[in-house]
Design a protein around this ligand. Structure first.
Ligand SMILES: Cc1cc2nc3c(=O)[nH]c(=O)nc-3n(C[C@H](O)[C@H](O)[C@H](O)COP(=O)(O)O)c2cc1C
Length: 168
């Protein structure tokens, strides 16, 4: 199996519009001692904050993964080759609270720089939390409120500094 190799930031050229929005990613946090959890995400971005390379994610506090992101300094974004949509659908519909969904999805956790990612991925972005803020209902358009927040489960926005990019 191919191994992850560090990619210089200047060589990063993946299309993140389709990579995140259409093909999805796993947001994973935890550590080797306490374990980790992951969720599928299709909202997010890659860019810059405070002159640092940054990744942006949106996580609802009801997700089990949220607890791992809160407790750990780092998180990873993992992208997969074609053929993993079924696994990502499973990880995006079941909660790690209710069982070992990672094994059920046939994925294997791999730690890079002590941050959890997956052996089967082909791109892994390692991030360190740098900022967060919570969505407030006053600034959400009414139609979005109705569609995405009928239960008031507002996302927490995290900006993470990109420390390393690994690619196969
Ligand atoms: C395609 C797709 C995209 C998703 N995007 C997000 C997201 O950006 N943020 C989020 O909080 N949940 C998102 N979810 C929902 C979580 O992945 C889902 O609730 C998951 O089961 C949570 O698992 P956990 O409780 O183990 O953390 C998405 C689900 C799917 C299928």
């Amino acid at each position: 199996m191919d191994v992850y190799k560090e990619l210089p930031r200047t060589s990063f050229s993946d299309n993140m519009l389709t990579g995140i929005g259409d093909d999805w990613m796993l947001v994973t946090a935890g550590n080797e001692k306490d374990g980790c959890n992951t969720l599928t995400a299709c909202w997010g971005g890659i860019g810059n904050l405070w002159h640092r390379d940054a990744a942006f994610i949106f996580i609802r506090p009801t997700r089990y993964t949220y607890e791992f992101i809160e407790k750990n300094e780092m998180f990873s974004l993992t992208f997969f080759p074609k053929g993993y949509k079924k696994a990502l659908s499973l990880l995006g519909s079941k909660s790690g609270r209710d069982g070992d969904k990672i094994t059920e999805a046939d994925l294997k956790v791999q730690y890079l720089d002590n941050v959890p990612t997956f052996e089967q991925g082909n791109l892994c972005i390692i991030c360190r939390k740098m900022y967060y803020l919570d969505f407030v209902p006053e600034r959400i358009p009414e139609e979005v409120m109705k569609r995405f927040y009928p239960d008031g489960d507002f996302h927490r926005f995290y900006a993470g500094e990109i420390l390393k990019i690994y690619k196969k």
